[in-house]
Design a protein around this ligand. Structure first.
Ligand SMILES: [Cu+2]
Length: 204
């Protein structure tokens, strides 16, 4: 009797517990699954983003840092002069050698990079096809050395105004606004401008 009672009672109790546990288990399982999916999707998104970022970095060609040009100036040439020269200091802040391969400007028919030097007491200047500036170095374009030469000026250069030139370099095209300064100002601030004393001197 007592055993039967137990036998009758028993199926109910565990069954209730089991159902409830089963339901709770299912809910937990569903929630865990959806949480797991959310996590999985999130981590996949992160992984995809990392991959894309990495490919973007790998696929982007190394962008060279454009050099800095300081102290650019062109001295106002004497009236009637057909040539002028621009000076500046170019600073290669990139980790690769910089090549300056040319200069363009609409102020003259011909624009060239020249290098002046004295040979047997004779001042000469030679057109340079390319000028190198080592990584981290700077190069001064100045009287008696490298300069940008304008030949066949299209218009008068007036002190106080400025002119535009573009340096074509291995790091890209670099536009430079060049102030036009008077000979007096050039001589006050720059010994290298003293070569301008001779007005007939068209060598820079
Ligand atoms: Cu020259």
């Amino acid at each position: 009797m007592r055993q039967l009672a137990v036998a009758i009672d028993e199926p109910y109790q565990p069954a209730k517990v089991n159902n409830s546990n089963l339901l709770r288990g299912r809910l937990t399982k569903i929630m865990t699954t959806s949480l797991t999916n959310t996590h999985r999707i999130a981590s996949m998104a992160v992984r995809l983003f990392k991959t894309l970022l990495l490919s973007a970095i790998l696929m982007t060609p190394a962008i060279a840092e454009l050099p800095q040009v300081n102290d650019a100036r062109v001295v106002q040439p004497p009236p009637g002069a057909k040539v002028a020269a621009a000076y500046f200091t170019i600073n290669n802040t990139d980790s690769d050698t910089l090549e300056i391969t040319g200069v363009t400007s609409d102020i003259a028919k011909r624009v060239e990079i020249h290098l002046s030097r004295v040979e047997n007491d004779v001042a000469k200047m030679e057109k340079q096809e390319s000028v190198s500036v080592s990584a981290g170095e700077s190069l001064e374009f100045k009287h008696g050395s490298f300069h940008v030469m304008f030949m066949g000026l299209n218009k008068a250069l007036v002190a106080g105004e400025s002119m535009q030139l573009t340096l074509n370099t291995s790091a890209g095209a670099l536009k430079v606004s060049v102030p036009i300064i008077s000979l007096e100002d050039a001589m006050k601030s720059d010994d290298s401008a003293k070569g301008y004393k001779n007005k007939d001197d068209e060598k820079h």
